[in-house]
Design a protein around this ligand. Structure first.
Ligand code: SAM
Length: 250
């Protein structure tokens, strides 16, 4: 089994049980599991959820899972690349997984794009990503990823997971994060347009907002706004939104 697909399997049962408890706090839920591997987390999810849909890109592992769980009628194995799947097919659902780290960002995008169809998400990710996802404005790790995730969800770092909990042990530290979707903000009716603005704001980390926004936005408009002399990482989501509203629409 190659490591190319991020195949570091979580073997510590206590950690697997905690992830499943967080993904499935109540019975009756559908859980979409991303990257089930050999089914270590799947087994815990099956004990708690009404239905588990497990998406595994490695066809050898998908066949192995079909055999291993042949007597579990509440499991559907989907042998596919999660990035090519329409997760809404199984929604409303919780989404969970010990993620393949090389595609964490697009998986987060896809999960957050479920909007109200997402009940919750619980992911094992690289510790550094967990810190960025949960970072408050003004902190070292706060950036576009924090804004994107926190715009749509209330994000918590639940607990760190040591390297020794995996086989083979990965070269990076890991942590479990939980994303609980937020109700849409009525003052931001077009979140995609706001996120496009936010990505411009964070374009170059050390530059001021004025310098990052100059070009798409006119100099005079930026000079008139005191907040534009600050750096994006100093502004909370409501402050970034206020700046966006104060600028002329693109
Ligand atoms: N959840 C398992 C565990 O904890 O033991 C395995 C997790 S392992 C970190 C990541 C899993 O994601 C592997 O089984 C890998 O084959 C699978 N994977 C990698 N890329 C994928 C993709 N694009 N779509 C679906 N699964 C993928």
């Amino acid at each position: 089994m190659g490591r190319r697909l991020g195949q570091h399997f979580l073997i510590r049962q206590s950690v697997l049980a905690r992830i499943a408890d967080e993904a499935c706090p109540e019975p009756g839920a559908t859980v979409v599991e991303i990257g089930p591997g050999r089914g270590a987390l799947t087994a815990h999810l099956l004990d708690r959820a009404a239905r588990v849909v497990a998406i595994e890109v490695d066809p050898v592992l998908a066949d192995y899972l079909r055999l291993k769980f042949q007597h579990r009628p509440n499991l559907e194995i989907v042998a596919a690349d999660v990035l090519k799947c329409d997760l809404a097919r199984w929604a409303p659902a919780a989404v969970a997984g010990n993620l393949p780290y090389y595609i964490t960002s697009p998986i987060l995008d896809k999960t957050l794009a479920l909007g109200p169809l997402l009940t919750r998400a619980v992911f094992l990710v690289q510790l550094e990503v967990a810190q960025r996802l949960t970072a408050p404005a003004g902190s070292r790790d706060y950036g576009f990823l924090s804004v994107h995730a926190q715009l749509f969800a209330s994000v918590s770092l639940l607990f760190p997971v040591p390297r020794a909990a995996f086989r083979p042990p990965p070269k990076v530290d890991s942590a479990v994060v939980r994303l609980l979707p937020r109700a849409p903000d009525p003052s931001l009716p077009d979140p995609a347009a706001f996120l496009a603005f936010a990505s411009l704001c964070f374009r170059h980390k050390r530059k001021t907002l004025r310098n990052n926004l100059l070009g798409p936005y006119p100099k005079e408009a930026l000079d008139a706004l005191p907040a534009a002399s600050r750096r994006a990482e100093q502004l909370s989501i409501p402050e970034l939104a206020a700046l966006w509203r104060a600028l002329p629409p693109l």
